[in-house]
Design a protein around this ligand. Structure first.
Ligand code: UDX
Length: 430
């Protein structure tokens, strides 16, 4: 087994480090946030990821996983250094690689010959070559290998996605480097694609952009279904039996969000522009996504009879999707921000807490119980597809609300059951 240094203990770095330790490697994870390092060293995991706390504690108890302060301490004596630092969207839409550059310059002087630097963070096409140049410019010994090994982790299933991936992608100009990186995954049952760095980087962006395209496509189809009295759930069922289409990522909603799709579609558009290629298709995917939030806002206004000011709304769901506590670029917050600006009083509940939403929407009233959110509400708005919402007592909800309107932005509830309880029901595409 190998000695692996992981730089960055965020969602990607922590999952990568804990899973590599579980696979038998000796892993040291470094982060600049000393408090986070202390908490992790005690087995305290802040992100909501099924199985991750257990893997972190397993790694700590087997001593195959350690947490240290900073990049250099993580990379010292490592045969592989995984760069897992944030690459957020910059103001111009490009990925911001400033943290990557800082880390690479910091590491260059301490890397031993034969070490391989692996880009795990999502970085624009050409970044692996950039990292190799940065290492040389910062005085690294020439025998340092570089590779791209993009992650395909979904929030909420990151551990499963790492240990049972659909594929492992490795991009390296030096075949020996690619072989050594692929050996880290020897205990993972998945196809391994070895290619050049640009192709590996493009796999990541093209995959996320394609998934975002599927979602925007089904949202647009859903809006047409409403106008022609078709049921989008039946339509996507009929589509999905065709394996070329499939059933997944065809669930309409308030639009896609999170820390990846917005950032990755934006970066890919910037790449296309930089090489003077027209990607108006992806522009339309992004525009459709933005418009979808407006569609949900309009449904709420319609449910309120066009008189939003001073009305009360119960919101179920604040995170960008179910089974995560991540609020980054959450469509739920985008919709609620618009409704609050229209003078609607919002009381929200989210199973993952969502108190942090108050930092984004200060006037949002976040409660700890889904029924509390419903007291005296004129309309109930379902914004994320948490399974628990399905099983709540709607007879009790009916007794608590003032209005009888439900806007179900995730098609989570049964329209007939809601209408039998006296609610008006508005879904997306049905
Ligand atoms: C995504 C990719 O799935 C993952 O492979 C990549 O590594 C990181 O980005 P994630 O951002 O965790 O993962 O979320 P994902 O589950 O892909 O959902 C993205 C957005 O699309 C969410 O806002 C979700 O609610 C929305 N979505 C997804 C839909 O609206 N409908 C769908 O059918 C699927």
């Amino acid at each position: 087994m190998s000695r692996i240094g992981v730089v960055g203990a965020g969602y990607v770095g922590l999952t990568t480090g804990a899973c590599f330790a579980h696979l038998g490697h000796e892993v040291v994870v470094g982060d600049v946030d000393a408090d986070k390092v202390r908490r992790l060293a005690k087995g305290e995991v802040g992100v909501l990821e099924e199985g991750l706390p257990e893997l972190v504690r397993e790694g700590l108890s087997t001593r195959r996983l350690r947490f240290v302060d900073g990049a250099v301490a993580a990379a010292t004596d490592a045969a592989f250094v995984f760069v897992c630092v944030p690459t957020p969207r910059a103001a111009d839409g490009d990925a911001d690689l400033s943290t990557v550059e800082t880390v690479v310059r910091e590491l260059a002087p301490v890397l031993r010959p034969g070490t391989i630097v692996v880009n795990k963070s999502t970085m624009p096409v050409g970044s692996t070559t950039l990292v190799a140049r940065l290492l040389r410019d910062a005085g690294a010994v020439p025998e340092i290998g570089v590779a791209s090994n993009p992650e395909f982790l979904r929030e909420g299933t990151a551990v499963r996605d790492f240990l049972s991936p659909y594929r492992v992608v490795i991009g390296a100009d030096d075949p020996a480097v690619a072989v050594r990186v692929s050996e880290l995954y020897r205990n993972v049952q998945a196809p391994v694609l070895v290619t050049n760095p640009a192709s590996a980087e493009m796999v990541k962006y093209a995959s996320n952009a394609f998934l975002a395209t599927k979602v925007s496509f089904v949202n647009a189809v859903a809006n047409i279904c409403e106008a022609v009295n078709a049921d989008v759930r039946e339509v996507t069922l009929g589509m999905g039996y065709d394996p070329r289409i499939g059933f997944e990522f065809l669930h309409p909603g308030p639009g896609w969000g999170g820390s990846c799709f917005p950032k990755d579609t934006s970066a890919l558009l910037r790449t296309a522009a930089a090489v003077h290629e027209d990607f108006s298709l992806l522009d339309a995917v992004v525009a459709t996504n933005t418009a979808q939030r407006d569609r949900i806002v309009a449904k709420v206004h319609e449910a309120l009879g066009g008189r939003p000011a001073g009305r009360r709304l119960a919101a179920w769901g604040l995170t960008f999707k179910a089974n995560t506590n991540d609020l980054r670029d959450s469509p739920a917050l985008g919709v609620l921000g618009r409704l609050i600006a229209d003078g609607i009083e919002v009381r929200a509940y989210d199973p993952a807490g969502g108190e942090a939403a108050r930092e984004i929407l200060p006037t949002l009233d976040v409660v700890a119980d889904p029924y509390d959110a419903c007291v005296d509400a004129d309309v109930l708005l379902v914004l994320t597809e948490w399974d628990e919402f399905r099983w709540l007592d709607f007879t009790r909800v009916a007794a608590l609300v003032t209005g009888r309107a439900i806007v179900d932005a995730r098609n989570l509830l049964d329209p007939a059951a809601m209408r039998n309880l006296g609610f008006t029901y508005r879904g997306v595409g049905r």
